[in-house]
Ligand binder design. Structure first.
Ligand code: ARG
Length: 453
């Protein structure tokens, strides 16, 4: 066991079980790039401020970059008893370049270092996630543009309610994912702030140029209070909140894909490449991607709750509890990335059964409101037309037919104001076209909306 960097005031070595319990290297090793980038920027700034020599800073940079390269190529592995990634890299650096390596940590603590690394890591991943959500949203936009006049029933209580179009349905999710993206953008703006210079908690006596380090790292500013800089992880909670809301949206869409691809609905058919079979039942084609997405939503919610609970009772400033933030945040990131790629593929390749959607819209009395509205235009108050239309629906159910299949004489038995023009007034096309209001399903309004995105 290598001597601990902090062993100065200790008389005994750490117990083996404590070492294992304490170590974060197995999971924080994934931040090695960010750790090295942060250290290069910090050490160059130290030299510019005259705190260490430029010669040492350059040696440090070279050493750190060689470590990065060796990790990238697999020459250097994390097979080490170092306590965490920060210690691992610093130890390795000092092994490689000697005393200059020991100057790297001047004016810095692992408390501000780990806060920086996690923010940098989260931002890199957040941009990737942003582009994956953007790709999903663009896919939905493309499909919507092709389905401006694909009629389907809209539902409330999962009962057929009023006719809409598939484009209109998809646009609801286009809106939701759009808001998710703006939530992530906001979260990024608060994450992309450098805590470096906060030291262990009370800043440092060295004349650090915090802003230039932040700038060098592509960050938008520095934290304004050193206690806050090392003690809060609200940005990780914000990213996980964004992720939970996104997963909620993905899960609802998944639920509908599962329903709509069932034999009972047959609105869509998933591509073979995005479906799975059964080991026993030869006929099965299962929507596993959608089901797993729905399932993993619970997992992401769990991560968010973990983060909130880890942080809720901690006295300022740093407490080791906060090491636990990392795995929850990493799991959020891994889960989102894992979900989004196959999910978008599934959406891109699914077949849309326009015929079945339209048949369902025709079959479910989704035009009953429009029939009531038609009679309102003939001068009858809505409450009364609602009843007439309801009675006609009842009549159709009794006679196993639909409103559009009734003869004019049959209509007239319920109201003699009904004329030949009723058939056009309650056709799916009219029902949808008339809903021109902003946010409504009319192909014209929808086209304008989609083109404006
Ligand atoms: N591995 C630690 C973490 O993730 C780094 C910070 C350690 N700081 C300390 N004061 N022990 O939180």
């Amino acid at each position: 066991m290598a001597k601990k960097m902090w062993a100065g005031r200790f008389e005994k070595a750490t117990d083996e079980a404590v070492n294992d319990f304490n170590s974060s290297l197995p999971f924080d090793c994934r931040m090695y790039k960010q750790d090295i980038e942060g250290s290069v920027a910090h050490s160059q700034m130290l030299a510019k401020q005259g705190i260490i020599s430029q010669e040492d800073a350059d040696k440090i940079r070279e050493g750190l970059l060689s470590i990065m390269e060796d990790i990238d190529t697999g020459k250097l592995t994390f097979d080490s008893d170092a306590e965490d990634i920060h210690m691992f890299i610093e130890e390795e650096l000092t092994n490689r370049i000697g005393d200059a390596g020991k100057r790297l940590h001047t004016g810095r603590s692992r408390n501000d270092q780990v806060a920086l690394d996690q923010r940098l890591y989260a931002i890199d991943e957040a941009y990737e996630i942003m582009s994956l959500v953007g790709e999903l949203r663009d896919t939905l936009i493309d499909i919507a543009k092709d389905n401006l006049e694909t009629y389907m029933p809209g539902y409330t209580h999962l009962q057929r309610a009023q006719p809409i179009t598939f484009a209109h349905y998809l646009s609801a999710y286009i809106e939701m994912f759009g808001r998710d993206m703006s939530r992530l953008e906001e979260a990024i703006s608060r994450t992309n702030i450098s805590p470096l210079g906060s030291g262990a908690l009370a800043g440092t006596t060295y004349p650090l140029d915090r802003e230039s380090v932040a700038d060098e790292l592509g960050m938008d500013g520095v934290t304004k209070n050193s206690l806050d800089g090392v003690a809060d992880r609200d940005w990780a909670i914000e990213i996980s909140s964004f992720a939970s809301i996104l997963m909620m949206h993905l899960s609802r869409l998944s639920e509908e894909i599962i329903l709509y691809s069932s034999q009972e609905f047959k609105f869509i058919e998933l591509d073979d490449a995005y479906s799975t079979g059964s080991s026993m039942m030869p006929q099965k084609k299962n929507p596993d991607v959608a089901e797993l997405t729905r399932g993993k939503t619970g997992r992401v919610y769990g991560d968010l709750i973990s983060l909130l609970v880890i942080m809720k009772g901690l006295p300022l400033t740093y407490n080791k509890d906060m090491q636990e933030v990392q795995e929850a945040l990493f799991d959020v990131i891994d889960t989102l990335k894992g979900v989004l790629v196959p999910f978008t593929g599934m959406i891109k390749t699914m077949k849309i059964r326009k015929d079945n959607m339209e048949a369902a819209a025709l079959g479910g009395f989704t035009n009953a409101t429009d029939l009531a509205d038609y009679l309102v235009r003939k001068g009858i108050p809505f409450r009364s037309t609602h009843e007439i239309s309801g009675k006609l629906v009842h009549y159709c159910i009794e006679n196993n037919t639909s409103l559009l299949d009734l003869k004019l004489e049959e209509f007239k038995k319920f109201s003699d104001l009904i004329e030949e023009d009723v058939y056009d007034a309650i056709s799916l096309k009219t029902c949808v076209e008339k809903r021109l209001v902003t946010g409504g399903p009319s192909p014209e309004a929808m086209k304008e909306y989609l083109n404006g995105l």
